[in-house]
Write a protein that binds this ligand. Structure first.
Ligand SMILES: [Zn+2]
Length: 479
């Protein structure tokens, strides 16, 4: 007696996400699961796809996103599903929509999620979770709670360490969020609203992680001269609580620090022998965040991604914006704020070394609400597959896929995701290994990638033939 299948993907090069070499096979799904991988020549399904020229991979997991609001405001998630991404990790860099205060003024970097403040309306994690359940997105999501958000929700002034009472309040909010399904806590002490937080404040706010599988994920206090010191602080927080840590968008910023990824990766490798530790990286030499004079000073070039008072200058270089405003670049930064920018400040050799490090996951750090976003929003995953793996040979395609699937699912504790095997969820991306490549560029950043054939989330097609299908099968994932 034959089984019934909803979808059969025929004759694909199956790259299963574990790093194992590809095998040629058919993949059969039923409802939200993969039910068979093997020879299904005798079987029929309602939907059959000839994948003889395609790779079938687990849907990609974006390890580092700021998609908290896009899940609700643009649930088709086109920048993500067009790259083959089926799950996003939200709430990074200390900023989450969940547990947010009602904001009367724009607080950078919280304004990366919404410069008008209208979406800061989920005072408890449960409210955010319920909003997502009521109006699901195309992709799955697993959510971190941001320490900076907790500070803004709890403290009248952010330029000092939290008092014992404020720390207790943040710890309680974090504990409730974890109990309600958040997978961890993020911090962003590099940014002004959290810079005054002490190591002890971070440990105490993250205390509810102890004894759970939740993670501490951090945009570290420093990514330039004092990067090793910032790493030591990160490791100390993980050790104090006995929890896994993730270093976000690992990089070495500014010319004086170019080449130091050899040192930082050696420190990570030594520390991994003693504690649970991971990291993510995006495949570009330019970063992007809110407009900051410090970052601009470290960059060889700065591009304006958005500006509230001067939206017409989005896409211009800082030098062009300064000329248009008739002021110096330093004055232009102040005139443009609140604003965002792209900063060219990394070294290609560091980017390659960090990407190639076996524990490095791929995370886009894309900023979906920027007027002229960094191309990483639309290009990260196909760029790793096409440019770095295929064209430069930095690692095999199987390794590239592992860095965006199995490695990431294991790190974040996402059960039955990130692998193609019988019984796993049917999150599947079909791509052409010969043509897959990012199309988004700094000049033309809103461009779907090449070579992504079709994308399935929980057994439903969300992207086919270069179009979002409108299906919204995404779920909130718990660790
Ligand atoms: Zn960050």
């Amino acid at each position: 007696m034959s089984e019934t299948f909803d979808i059969i993907i025929r004759n694909a090069a199956v790259i299963d996400g574990t790093g194992a070499p590809r095998v040629r096979a058919d993949v059969g799904t039923r409802a939200d699961r993969i039910v068979r991988i093997g020879d299904l020549a005798a079987e029929r399904a309602g939907r059959e796809i000839d994948a003889s020229a395609l790779v079938a991979a687990p849907g990609f997991i974006d390890a580092h996103t700021h998609d908290d609001r896009m899940l609700l405001s643009d649930p088709a998630m086109a920048p993500k599903v067009s790259q083959g991404v089926t799950t996003v990790i939200t709430g990074n860099c200390g900023i989450s929509l969940a547990c947010s205060p009602a904001l009367s003024a724009s607080i950078p970097p919280l304004d990366l999620l919404d410069s008008d403040g209208e979406w800061f309306r989920y005072p408890r994690f449960e409210a955010y979770r319920d909003a997502l359940a009521a109006a699901p997105a195309a992709t799955n999501a697993a959510c971190l709670i941001g320490h900076t958000t907790l500070r803004a929700a709890t403290m009248a002034r952010l330029d000092r360490p939290a008092s014992a009472r404020e720390t207790a309040r943040m710890r309680a909010l974090a504990g409730q969020a974890l109990a309600a399904g958040a997978i961890g806590i993020s911090s962003g002490t590099a940014y002004a609203p959290a810079a005054a937080a002490t190591t002890q404040e971070l440990i105490e706010v993250c205390r509810p992680l102890a004894g759970t599988r939740g993670l501490y994920v951090t945009h570290m206090r420093n990514e330039d001269e004092r990067v090793l010191e910032a790493m030591d602080e990160t490791f100390a927080i993980g050790r104090a609580l006995g929890v896994a840590v993730v270093i976000s968008h690992h990089k070495c910023v500014g010319k004086a620090n170019h080449g130091r990824s050899g040192e930082t990766l050696a420190l990570i490798e030594r520390t991994r022998a003693q504690q649970d530790l991971g990291l993510d990286c995006y495949p570009y030499t330019a970063s992007s965040t809110v407009m900051q004079s410090g970052r601009a000073g470290q960059a060889t070039q700065v591009l304006v991604t958005w500006s509230k008072p001067h939206p017409e200058l989005s896409g211009k270089t800082l030098a062009e914006a300064a000329r248009a405003l008739g002021v110096s670049e330093a004055q232009a930064i102040e005139r443009l704020k609140p604003a965002g920018a792209i900063y060219f400040l990394m070294d290609e050799a560091d980017v390659r070394r960090i990407l190639a490090y076996p524990q490095t996951m791929i995370g886009s750090d894309g900023l979906p609400h920027d007027a002229r976003p960094h191309p990483r929003l639309w290009g990260t995953f196909p760029r790793v597959l096409g440019h770095y793996a295929r064209d430069l040979g930095l690692f095999p395609l199987e390794t590239a896929v592992h860095k965006m699937t199995g490695l990431t699912a294991a790190r974040f504790g996402l059960q039955d995701r990130g692998v193609l095997r019988e019984g796993a969820y049917a999150d599947v991306t079909l791509f052409d290994p010969l043509t897959v490549l990012d199309a988004a560029s700094f000049d033309d950043p809103v461009q779907p990638a090449h070579g992504i054939h079709s994308v399935f989330v929980n057994g439903e097609a969300v992207w086919v033939h270069g179009q979002a299908t409108g299906a919204r099968p995404g779920r909130l994932l718990h660790a």
